[in-house]
Write a protein that binds this ligand. Sequence first.
Ligand SMILES: [Zn+2]
Length: 498
Amino acid sequence: MFRRIHCTVGVGPAPTPEFYFPPSLWSYIQHLTLMDDCFHLTHGRDQLDVPNMRLRPPSHIPHLYVCEEFLGPVVQRTLRQMPLLTKLSLRTCLGVVHGPYWTFLRFALSLPHLREFEMVGLTFCPVVLPDEPFDLDIEGGTCAPLTVFRYEAILTRGRKYAISVEKDALALVLEKTHHSLVTLALPSEPAPISLMARLDWPNLRELRLRGMRWSAPRTPLVILFANMPKLRSLALELRIPDDGDPEAVWPPGLPRSTKFPWPELEHLTVANPHPDDELFAHLPPGLRTLALPSCPRECVKDWLWACENPYCLLAHTFHLLQASRLLGVLKRCSASGLRHLEIEYGTDEREHDLLRFLAAAFPRLSSLSIYRYRGSRETVVCVEDVVRPLASLEGLQALTLHPDFETRPTRIVNIMRGGRLIYPTDALERFANILEGAALRIARTLDKSLERVSLWTPSDGEGPFSANFSVFRDDCTNDVRIQREADTPHEREDVWGM
Ligand SMILES: [Zn+2]
């Protein structure tokens, strides 16, 4: 029962030997999650490009961006006494330029049994101090042969100060682990892309890059990552620069000898797809999941980090493909065996053609996610009309839909909560009833295979939610009823990392 330990650090004074839990348990732990909650998280939150010189860290912290929870020998001694530790997760819930200093990372990554390293929210090595040896060659050992390296940043844009150091630190890690890694997830901004293109990746099954599309190298991704022949899951969730346009993963005009480099691919995400992308014409027969979202999603606009920033320095640019252009993308797709499809588009006169086409082209879909946006605020949404073209999908079990109802609540200024914009509670309750009626009409319109409907709904939390409904059908009377289940938060990644 002690194989997995999850604890929050930073609520008390600096680490002590009893810092985490009784030493008698240390030798059983295989997976340790440390949730950083240190007081100094506020440092680095307000100044993303350069350290705020007016703020001085306490004297025992060597730099404004260094997290004090990972300082000193105690935390290292504690981890060293966990001989079964194979997975280390370091997390925080806030967007900060703040993280473990290199000395700790260098130590943790050399733990001999460590195979999985995960960091969420914190910054991977925000700074290297003058007395820190910047390498991974530790006395008596080196970097562990990691199979999983997953790094998810909450904030990536505008973090120029930290990114140059991070990129060098990540390059050190990847140079040591590229042979063993099976799973790699990185924010795109500090990812050492040129190095990744040069290394070989004989075991990499899963690659995920999320953040702003890089300006260099300009090599098409189909060539850049052709050195990852074992990929089964590829997620390219790349934002388009404010002055840029969507780019193809496989642009037209490449030499005829160009081959699809990932024959075992089963799951593919390409955010902001380009209508002329040759990639979609070469998808392998084993592909089961295709996601073509916008990045960032328009429907999470109210929750994106820029809204928290009083100066709105990081305004977001949204790119939304129109239904007619998305139809062009899907018509190129060579993946008739798809089981899961996600699309996002602005409605136009071809929307019904799009939905009819996908129902015919991908008859084996078991789940479908549609994020649609009305072209005009005056349009009234008739949800039966939207989903009727999908009624021929005889294996569809789960439908997720952002219908863009005109009845969606709007936020108002709440004086009692410091002038914050909030959704009025009674409006949210009224909207919940609207969604329930819509879910029932959807269930009655679609095939009897449907088991679950999830509808987008706003919330006053850190992101929107899905309102979930189970579908029940009486085989004798063909009567359909639904039951509301617990709401679930939108994927955190939709709101973070932008
Ligand atoms: Zn901290």
